[in-house]
Design a protein around this ligand. Structure first.
Ligand SMILES: NC(=O)C1=CN([C@@H]2O[C@H](COP(=O)(O)OP(=O)(O)OC[C@H]3O[C@@H](n4cnc5c(N)ncnc54)[C@H](OP(=O)(O)O)[C@@H]3O)[C@@H](O)[C@H]2O)[C@H](O)CC1
Ligand SMILES: [K+]
Length: 504
């Protein structure tokens, strides 16, 4: 699905009201009903205790007032706190009028903020997507007060003080929510590590925004879920044979890191490739032939590291990097590969570090190559990022300059494309932050490129299936017990879900 800016969200609002011939108040009621439904499914009135609803002067505050009314009607115990302001939005005012007189309400005063009980349930409806500057005055004092109280904060739409799609100054006050219930679509701010402590968990609830508007909205930001990938993974042909599914070459491993080669190889084999050849230093031969008998081993003359590029003619894609180290002769192998390769390339790990250390090498990178750095490797390829938003700018610029696709790994891994789109992945879990997880991704990607999938589809599917396999694996192992090889065990089911999710 698309990710919209705050300005586009306002347009989506207006389009919905126009198209569905409803009032803005009715749309607010939908949003408040969706939020309240989410909360009531998780907290009974007894579990919730007294719910404190903090409302700002705009429509986020209007949502808060409507939520307070709905909770009150459902027998929850509610207290409303109002931020003083010169102007309140019309829908705020309408919902203030609709709030039953029996619901206590207090206007906030920075000098006399309410005492917040330990574990109090707080609804943050101070500011939403209309935030136009960092919080100051009473709003800032309230946010600091609630953050200090460590209340159980549930934010409506977005934590107050956080911009939906731009960084805020480092010292700007922002509400620390445990949950943020977003409306209709995720926001860019939810996907960046620097905001994790503010956003918490972020369910998204539908509010029936115009599907026509969402379909045509010009956005280069996407959140990749299973529905987004429907139809991108070709079904295997009844009369297909191993030649139909490509022949991948993996250049991987060095003494002490043959495991990286093995992990990439096993993942490649589990991602539908027809044939796989693995080029490791000679010390990897026995291990590879024993642990991955389905792969062909083509060992390098050097016993400890890669020193010669094999003939590339038989292969339909080449993956290089897992565990290769940075020996000078390995750098020569990479250089020759970049010069000679006529087939799709996937570059990871030390192949990226070698690239980052030599701008001359980077200049040789063939168009449509797929790179899979983690943030530190990416910085070596570009420059240090000021913050997560700046890192995305660097990602866009890098992909554009080199005509390549980059999967920036992390929670919500982000795929950058040469034309400026950014695709955030929805699958995966912190258990996957473990050695060898990246080698598995390289294997998956190389398999998909070997099967002739275009770079965009290959990268989207690899990113998603890798994360999904990690999620399925963690059901068995738990996150702490997850090792990279477990991800590989579940690649099959992850791909199967993507093929069968297609409707007739
Ligand atoms: N489509 C949807 O998702 C729907 C969202 N809804 C809810 O509406 C809010 C957005 O409401 P909006 O009124 O646009 O914005 P806010 O509630 O965030 O508040 C805007 C007002 O606050 C002023 N403002 C902005 N920044 C500050 C600040 N730092 N300090 C003080 N005051 C501030 C702003 O004034 P300006 O000075 O900027 O002109 C506005 O007066 C969305 O998040 C959802 O919760 C709808 O309910 C349904 C559809
Ligand atoms: K809010």
């Amino acid at each position: 699905m698309k990710i919209l800016t705050a300005a586009q969200t306002r347009q989506a609002d207006a389009a919905t009201i126009r198209e569905q011939t409803i009032t803005s108040e009715a749309l607010m009621e939908r949003a408040a009903t969706a939020f309240t439904g989410w909360l009531m499914a998780r907290q009974t009135p007894a579990e919730a205790g007294e719910i404190l609803v903090f409302c700002g002067p705009g429509n986020n505050g209007g949502d808060g007032l409507a939520v307070a009314r709905l909770l009150h009607q459902a027998a929850y115990h509610v207290q409303v706190y109002l931020l003083p302001a010169d102007r309140y939005s019309p829908d705020f005012q309408a919902n203030q009028r609709s709030l039953p007189a029996t619901v206590p309400r207090t206007t906030l005063d920075a000098a006399a903020l309410p005492t917040i009980a330990v574990d109090a349930l707080v609804i943050d409806a101070l500011f939403g997507t209309g935030l136009s500057r960092p919080l100051a005055g009473v709003a800032a004092a309230v946010v600091a007060h609630l953050n200090q109280a460590r209340a159980r904060v549930v934010a409506i739409d977005i934590p107050s003080g956080l911009f939906a799609d731009a960084p805020q100054p480092a010292d700007a006050p922002v509400m620390r929510a445990r949950h943020t219930v977003g409306f209709e679509l995720p926001k860019l701010a939810f996907l960046l590590p620097q905001n994790a402590a503010f956003v918490g968990q972020w369910p998204v609830v539908p509010i029936g925004l115009s599907s026509q508007f969402l379909a045509q909205a010009a956005s280069k930001l996407y959140f990749v879920d299973a529905a987004f990938l429907a139809g991108r993974l070709p079904r295997r042909a009844t009369f297909g044979h191993k030649g139909t599914y490509g022949h991948a070459l993996l250049l991987a491993g060095s003494r002490g890191k043959i495991g990286a080669a093995l992990l990439a190889a096993q993942a490649c084999l589990r991602s539908g490739v027809g044939l796989l050849t693995v080029r490791t230093p000679a010390c990897g031969y026995d291990v590879l032939q024993t642990a991955a008998p389905e792969a062909m081993a083509l060992t390098d003359p050097s016993s400890d590291y890669l020193s010669e590029l094999p003939d590339l003619k038989p292969y339909s894609a080449v993956g290089i990097g897992p565990g290769i180290g940075q020996a000078e002769s390995t750098k020569q192998v990479l250089t020759q590969l970049l010069r000679e390769a006529q087939v799709p390339l996937v570059l990871d790990a030390d192949a990226l570090n070698l690239l980052g250390a030599d701008p001359g090498l980077l200049a040789l990178l063939p168009a449509d190559s797929v790179l899979t750095p983690h943030p530190r490797e990416f910085e070596r390829l570009t420059s240090p990022a000021r913050d997560d938003y700046h890192r995305l700018e660097l990602l866009r610029a890098f992909c554009h300059a080199h005509g390549c696709y980059v999967v920036l790994k992390g929670a919500y891994s982000c795929l950058g494309t040469p034309t400026g789109e950014l695709y955030f992945n929805s699958t995966g879990n912190p258990g996957m932050a473990t050695g060898g997880s990246g080698d598995v991704l390289t294997g998956v990607l190389t398999a998909l490129r070997a099967q002739q999938l275009p770079p965009l589809d290959a990268a989207l599917l690899a990113m998603y299936a890798h994360g999904r396999a990690g999620d399925l694996a963690a059901r068995n192992t738990g996150q702490a017990g997850l090792v990279a090889g477990d991800i590989t065990q579940f690649l099959g089911p992850a791909f199967e879900e993507l093929t069968t999710s297609k409707t007739f």
